[in-house]
Design a protein around this ligand. Structure first.
Ligand code: ADP
Ligand code: MG
Ligand code: MG
Length: 916
């Protein structure tokens, strides 16, 4: 018989932290805490396997599972001395979700299950507190209806608002027992009206309904979006935890809260949290009442009363418990607790979500504190997070000027660090629509969107994804908005209570500053919690200021020091080299400052596009014969040579892989009447001639047309000019003591003969340059591998190629047969329908395209054992792909300058992950 149900707490603790896959994160940690002697209300966990069984059975609980639930319940009743449904001593339960990886707020919870018209009376009598009993009952009816019966909680909230309005009361805590009782009646009537049947009074039916609903919540849209964003497999399923209730809503010696062992926003090593007196469950995160700080330190001069002051003994116990758990799990913990009549109960612990910056700080601090070693510290980091250390921040001077001009609208909580600017969107739909409208624009022209809400709920997820930043008027550091924004790495300001959001008038205002949604800019500083009317400009990060701009001293920036520490450790372990894709001396210098060990891809086409050069390029394109083409192309030589001199100088002593011209020529000619007329004038030809040539360049499928090495095969003078520019530039800068190390690669070859032809031209040109200068310049000549045919004939290709550089963008395009420029219309659906795991242009398809890479490496090495192998597609900056390239034995990856640190860390993690 398979065990489907595991008890925790009391005298039968069947699980522990190692059983995460089976019991889910919440369930296994409840058992672990109970095992450590920490007060946890007992209960039982229905395993994640049951979630799968349940779905396979068409959303039915298998009979043996129901039997085991009954048995566990019996044990629990015995343990508590209470019985489910018993009118005098009712056992009340919570039914909680709990996946392997926490998905905060994504799935459902039901509290106070077991209450009905009879047991609520029993509870009132036994507790001698009818107010508490009816408060619990109305919560239960509302939650159960919302989660299980699909009657939205808004219907109930409306009733509460009505009552408050009628009685002039503001807070839930002011509502009396009688009033709650009356509301319970109204709530039940709502359910009856909506469903045509009574609210279920049978606690056993309630329990099974609750368990089923939690399993169902695994497949809600928001849970699915969240999983996709966080790469959590759909097959994992959730567990269900059924737990004895403890009550934070019994009076002023009760409360509930959440805590972090370190600040999840900044990573500072301070105990941190929020709580509410006389409250239950979600009250703290729901933003209904503004929560109070836990520590005196946090309360500082806010005038709020901290738990440390209000209940010093409970505080002390909480603090000690949290520290114990952090030491035990060797990680920052995010904890949930409830205080019932002065007694502390722990309801959850997990490794806390944190901002990128906090994650980095906490990992490094824990190494310093000796809690973990440096290898573990590196493994803990999320390589992508490093981009946030490099992300822009607002210019302090401009901020000061805005403040002075009265344009700082409000202050809220710094819930997610970073700077965000954009147009105001007042709903998730609006944010999505605004962002979609901008997608077609050039990135430099996009305005961005900031989602501004009173508070967010899981339904806002799509809008949060679309927005650059999130601003809420209500809610604390642990509110939904804050937690989700931090998870997404988005700037977020919460609880800016002075903001007036008028959805009807579509305005956001404070005093006489009034901003219009969809029209006006708002700027939020998620590190400082500040909100500005208008558009602030962003400023380079501290790491940039130290390394690139050199305007900040390393010792003045802790952020920089952390960055440097991570790079230092990573460099110790990694085997892969990291180069950059850069076409300008500036980009090359930035990347070098970030640690790039050369250029893996220097595209030459941008050098053709600049204003003063484009006429010569067009003259070349229009030329009627070889002579005319030669005359045109030679005009480009001085420009191209100068570009290379700049780049070789910036990369002095490091390799620079230059790619010969790649794009189809039609990209260089104007397609509009006006441009064509101008081109005709500059070149002294008729507009008809221009039109004719442009028409001739038209291709049905330019990505598979006349481009790459095919250009040089039809127009050898083009590659000869490029080769000459490279050789002469190298010779010139070497006279200034610069060590130029060009490597030249031929793009888009499918057969070795294409390479051979091109290479012969190049060698010939090099010989000519050497002869003219009396030099002996030489450089490695290799090829890109980006056509499947080249990959599978790599043994032949290697006869001519001294190195391979995998162009994984084109290799993906050609390997799948997906046009990268047109895949937007179907790839997202492929991912959502799980035809593909991921967008293969973002993360390498290891199974197919990766196999082409592997075959090419193997075959290439067979012909030329010391062949140098690298990658220059976008995938060079994607951590998962980088790890694959490491395992495949490549020598280097190349990526855009701002991803160089990401690749460096991922390369080190690849080595450390192999070790275990
Ligand atoms: P989530 O996964 O969304 O955090 P939880 O299952 O942790 O949902 O439940 C949310 C909140 O409900 C908890 O933080 C806690 O305050 C309350 N809660 C859950 N179970 C109990 C319980 N047995 N007794 C008292 N409160 C509970
Ligand atoms: Mg929780
Ligand atoms: Mg290519």
């Amino acid at each position: 018989m398979t065990k489907h149900v595991y008890t925790f707490g009391g005298d039968r603790n069947e699980g522990n932290a190692s059983m995460r896959n089976l019991l889910g994160g919440k369930g296994c940690n409840l058992a672990e805490m109970a095992g450590l002697g920490i007060p946890v209300p007992p209960g039982f966990t229905v395993t994640t396997d049951v979630c799968t069984l349940y779905n396979q059975a068409g959303k039915q609980l298998p009979a043996d599972v129901v039997e085991q639930i009954k048995e566990a319940l019996k044990w629990l009743e015995g343990n508590q001395g209470r019985t489910l449904g018993n009118a005098e001593k009712p056992l009340l339960l919570s039914v909680r979700s709990g996946a392997r990886d926490s998905m905060p707020g994504m799935m459902d919870t039901v509290l106070n299950l077991g209450l009905n018209d009879a047991t609520v009376e029993g509870l009132a009598k036994a507790s001698n507190n009818p107010r508490f009993a009816y408060d619990s009952y109305r919560r239960f009816i509302m939650m159960y209806s919302d989660v299980v019966l699909d009657v939205h909680k808004d219907h109930f909230e409306e009733k509460i608002e009505e009552l408050k309005h009628k009685t002039g009361k503001k807070l839930d805590t002011e509502i009396t027992a009688e009033e709650w009782k009356q509301l319970c009646g109204e709530f039940k009537a709502i359910v009856k009206a909506k469903l045509g049947r009574d609210f279920p009074q049978d606690p056993w039916e309630q329990l099974l309904g609750g368990i089923r609903a939690v399993f169902n919540s695994w497949d809600t849209e928001r849970a699915i979006i969240y999983r996709r964003m966080n790469k959590i497999p759909d097959e994992w399923g959730t567990a269900v935890n059924v737990q004895t209730m403890v009550f934070g809503n019994m009076g002023d010696d009760c409360g509930t809260g959440v805590a972090f062992t370190r600040d999840p926003g900044t990573g500072e090593p301070y105990f941190y949290g929020e709580y509410l007196i006389n409250a239950q469950g979600e009250d703290v995160v729901a933003g209904i009442r503004t929560p109070q700080p836990i520590t005196k330190y946090q309360a500082a001069d806010s005038g709020l009363k901290s738990l440390e002051e209000v209940m010093p003994d409970v505080y002390k116990e909480l603090y000690d418990t949290c520290q114990k758990l952090e030491k035990h799990f060797k990680n920052m913990q995010d904890l949930e607790f409830t205080i019932q009549q002065g007694r502390l109960y722990m309801l959850q612990t997990r490794n806390g979500k944190r901002t990128a910056l906090a994650g980095i700080r906490i990992a490094l601090d824990m190494v310093k504190e000796g809690m973990i070693d440096e290898q573990e510290g590196l493994k803990r980091l999320n390589a992508d997070d490093l981009t946030q250390l490099l992300a822009p921040i607002f210019d302090a001077k401009e901020k000061a000027a805005f403040k002075k001009a009265g344009k700082m609208m409000a202050k809220g909580l710094p819930a997610g660090p970073g700077a965000a600017v954009g147009l105001i969107a007042l709903s998730a739909e609006e944010a999505v629509a605004l962002a979609e409208k901008e997608e077609s624009l050039d990135p430099s022209k996009r305005k961005g969107v900031v989602l501004v809400r009173i508070e967010t709920s899981p339904e806002d997820l799509a809008g949060m994804v679309a927005a650059k930043g999130i601003l809420t008027a209500r809610g604390g550091m642990t509110s939904h908005a804050a937690v989700v924004a931090r998870g997404m790495g988005k700037p977020c300001v919460c609880g800016a209570s002075s903001l007036v959001i008028d959805v009807a008038k579509r305005t956001v205002s404070v005093g006489d500053i009034v901003l219009k949604a969809g029209e006006d800019f708002i700027s939020i500083d998620g590190s400082a919690g500040e909100i500005y009317a208008g558009k602030l400009s962003a400023f380079p990060s501290e790491v940039n200021q130290v390394l690139v701009e050199k305007t900040l001293k390393p010792e003045a920036s802790e952020t920089f020091q952390r960055f440097a520490q991570i790079m230092e450790w990573s460099n110790k372990y990694r085997a892969l080299k990291v180069r950059t894709n850069a076409d300008t001396p500036h980009d090359a210098a930035v990347a070098r400052a970030f640690g790039a060990q050369g250029i893996g891809l220097c595209r030459t086409e941008h050098m053709f596009f600049e204003d003063e050069r484009i006429p010569a390029v067009r003259e070349f394109i229009l030329a009627k014969d070889e002579e005319a083409r030669k005359a045109a192309v030679i005009k480009l030589l001085p420009y191209q040579r100068k570009d290379f001199e700049g780049i070789f100088t910036a990369m002095n002593g490091l390799p620079v892989t230059v790619r010969l011209l790649d794009p189809p020529l039609h990209e260089f000619v104007p397609h509009d009447e006006k441009g064509q007329a101008e081109m005709a004038k500059v070149l002294g030809v008729t507009i008809e001639e221009v039109k004719h040539r442009v028409e001739k360049l038209h291709e049905f499928n330019p990505m598979m047309g006349h481009r790459g090495c095919r250009l040089g095969i039809t127009y050898p003078e083009l590659i000869r000019m490029q080769m000459r520019a490279i050789a002469e530039a190298a010779i010139n800068v070497s006279k200034q003591g610069v060590k130029a190390m060009p490597e030249v690669m031929v793009p888009l070859i499918g057969t070795v003969k294409e390479l051979k032809f091109t290479k012969d031209q190049m060698l010939d040109e090099i010989a000519a340059v050497n002869k003219e200068n009396g030099t002996d310049f030489m450089c490695p000549i290799g090829t890109m591998i980006e056509i499947p045919r080249a990959a599978i004939t790599a043994d032949k290709v290697a006869e001519e190629a001294e190195f391979f550089s995998f162009g994984t963008n084109d290799l993906t395009q050609m390997g799948f047969g997906y046009s990268r420029d047109d895949s937007g219309s179907f790839l997202p659906e492929y991912v959502s329908k799980k035809i593909l795991e991921d967008d293969p242009f973002q993360s390498l398809d290891q199974e197919g395209i990766g196999e082409l890479v592997r075959i090419a490496c193997e075959k290439g090495r067979k012909t030329r054992p010391d062949i140098k192998l690298g990658v220059c597609g976008e995938h060079g900056g994607d951590p998962r792909s980088v790890k694959f390239f490491h395992r495949t034995g490549l020598a280097y990856v190349s990526c855009s300058p701002y991803r160089v640190p990401v690749a460096i860390l991922a390369a080190a993690q690849a080595v450390l992950e192999e070790k275990k």
